[in-house]
Write a protein of this length. Structure first.
Lengths: 194, 387
């Protein structure tokens, strides 16, 4: 089991397209970190006027201390669920910041140092639910981020999403977690925290 | 790897991870709000959405979606006259439509709360981007000389706190109170602990204690705030937007007009100390004072902390009351300041208030941004280093 860590200011951006569940993911992830793990979290969002298809992003600042400025300045982790988002936000990564992409959607990465998992095609092929890609991603994040315990995220899923979809969401979560563990067993060693 | 520490705190049952807009609802319900009349508009929609879910669960809660914002504020005025604590929430375009009824509520002395989540304007503007362009509109948007209370909040906890205060002030002074938020404050999720019921002071309007036949609806008093019976309780009174006498009937007799107008101003002005909320950070020995409100106050806080680390004598005064402009609190701090920095997401709506009360003692520097993006701590810090 991972121990809770002292965090100064960890900045994370979830980005993609409207309809991929980026904002829902931000909410579940944030609630898990804030309520279950006890961190201070400030989650902001930005989306276009369109309901689907426009750019969508959710930013989280996570800290053990109270957060004054709620938006990220230099990202520790960028998650890109579309090529556009990857191109647009890559430059906001801090030196040494890490990139996680959905490699079934992002075909060209600006660097060869990145983590890639096919969240969307996993969700389609294994679960038959493209809309569960965000929860597959959440499962993977529970592996990649050393301060998240999968247990807290599952609890957050239960508390924040409709019970009707809980079973499917938990399946998707587990799928992401398993694949991330298999493909990147030592991912957690790659972090450099400021 | 960072050091391992003990878990910060165990799960707290009253802790929620909520949007600023959700916190507004929690604050309103805590304050005793039982009526919401509104028309959904980004970025204030969640307030209406959650109210529509929560109010019907109360014994006497009413949620009504009206055909537009003009009717919404009309419904809120009606509910308040009937004795409810009532509110609405909107954004720029809707706020413009509400202006006429705001004046009516000032004139008829109807307590109510309007939450305006500011987005880019003018007109339809930028529906999903933040701005602070409605500050002077909140103060002077409705016609005629009138006093009004305008509050602001900068984080999720403050959204709750200032909503409770907005209701308290509305009820205490029989006045519309406008709570200005911005898209960032409204759409930021943070952890807040819901206060225990009873941990906040809740004020409810004073009802008349005399028998109905002795009741004079708009009688002069020391406080200047007449007691307010709910419609239908046996106390007869006339409600009008026309200038009225103490009985509520239209008048154009100069001395009665004068009395009414002076009382409307006096009831707010003489309680300045009760209405003005500011929060000071590192102000005691500050030579450079940042004056900020809303989400920009959070950028300013980080900038001031960073400036102090660099040895600059910087301080921050966060305005939670915008109008009546917190002059006494400001004057005290301005005396030993060399420079006043006013960052805001408009072309200078509060900086002109600062210049007005400054009396030329300090230099006023503005930092304006109107591209739909928040002013960053870096931008403020750069200016602090330059001055």
């Amino acid at each position: 089991m991972k121990a809770s860590m002292e965090l100064q200011r960890f900045e994370l951006r979830l980005s993609g397209l409207g309809g991929q569940g980026i904002l829902t993911l931000g909410k579940v992830l944030g609630a898990g970190l804030a309520i279950e793990e006890g961190y201070e979290v400030s989650q902001t969002q930005s989306y276009g006027p369109e309901a689907r298809g426009g750019a969508s992003r959710s930013d989280l600042v996570i800290s053990s201390h109270s957060i004054s400025y709620p938006k990220p300045e230099q990202l520790d982790l960028l998650v890109a669920m579309s090529q556009e988002a990857c191109n647009l936000y890559y430059r906001h990564l801090k030196p040494g910041g890490l990139l996680l992409v959905d490699d079934s959607l992002v075909k060209q990465t600006p660097t060869n140092i990145y983590w890639g998992l096919p969240f969307t095609s996993l969700a389609v092929q294994k679960l038959g639910m493209p809309q569960a890609a965000n929860m597959v991603l959440l499962g993977a994040l529970a592996h990649f981020l050393p301060f998240i315990q999968p247990r807290s995220m599952k609890k957050s899923l239960e508390r924040n999403l409709s019970p009707r979809f809980l079973e499917g969401n938990l399946k998707a979560f587990q799928l992401g977690l398993t694949h991330a563990r298999k493909k990147y067993p030592d991912a957690q060693e790659q972090w450099t925290f400021s | 790897m960072p050091s391992k520490v003990k878990k910060p705190n165990r799960r707290n049952e009253r802790a929620i991870f909520a949007l600023g807009n959700e916190a507004v609802v929690e604050g309103a319900l805590l304050a005793g709000c039982s009526f919401f009349g509104g028309y959904p508009i980004t970025p204030s929609t969640e307030i209406a959405e959650i109210m529509a879910d929560r109010l019907p669960r109360l014994d006497d809660g009413v949620f009504i979606q009206m055909e537009d914002e003009i009717a919404s504020l009309g419904a809120v005025i009606g509910a308040s006259l009937a004795g409810r604590k009532a509110m609405t929430a909107t954004s720029g375009p809707g706020f413009s439509l509400m202006q006429e009824h705001i004046g009516y509520a000032c004139m008829a002395e109807v307590p109510l709360v309007i939450v305006n989540v500011m987005r880019g304007g003018p007109s339809t503007g930028l529906p999903t981007s933040p701005a602070q362009g409605d500050v002077q509109q909140a103060r002077w948007g409705t016609h005629g000389d009138h006093p009004i209370i305008v509050l602001s909040a900068s984080d999720v906890h403050e959204c709750l706190e200032m909503t409770v205060r907005a209701f308290n002030l509305a009820e205490k002074y029989r006045s519309p109170v406008i709570l200005l938020l911005d898209e960032i404050t409204a759409h930021t999720r943070e952890k807040i602990t819901l206060p225990e019921p009873g941990s906040f002071e809740i004020f409810t309007r004073i009802k008349p204690s005399m028998p109905p036949e002795w009741f004079v609806p708009y009688e002069e008093s020391m406080r200047g705030v007449p007691p307010m019976p709910p419609l239908g309780a046996g106390y007869r009174f006339h409600v009008t937007g026309l200038t009225h006498d103490v009985h509520g009937y239209p008048t154009s007799r100069p001395e009665e007009v004068q009395n009414l107008m002076q009382r409307l101003f006096r009831k707010i002005d003489q309680f300045f100390y009760d209405i003005q909320f500011v929060e000071e950070t590192a102000c005691d020995d500050a030579e450079i004072l940042v004056i900020a409100y809303g989400c920009v106050a959070r950028s300013a806080h980080l900038a001031v902390v960073q400036a102090r680390e660099k040895g600059l004598k910087a301080g921050l005064i966060k305005l939670k009351t915008l109008f009546p402009f917190p002059r006494p609190a400001m004057e005290k701090l301005m005396q030993h300041c060399r420079v006043l920095v006013v960052p805001e997401m408009n072309m200078g709506q509060i900086s002109r208030e600062v210049k007005r009360v400054n009396n030329g003692r300090a230099q006023v520097r503005t930092l304006n941004r109107v591209d739909g993006q928040i002013i960053t701590p870096g931008q403020i810090l750069k200016l602090l280093q330059k001055v």
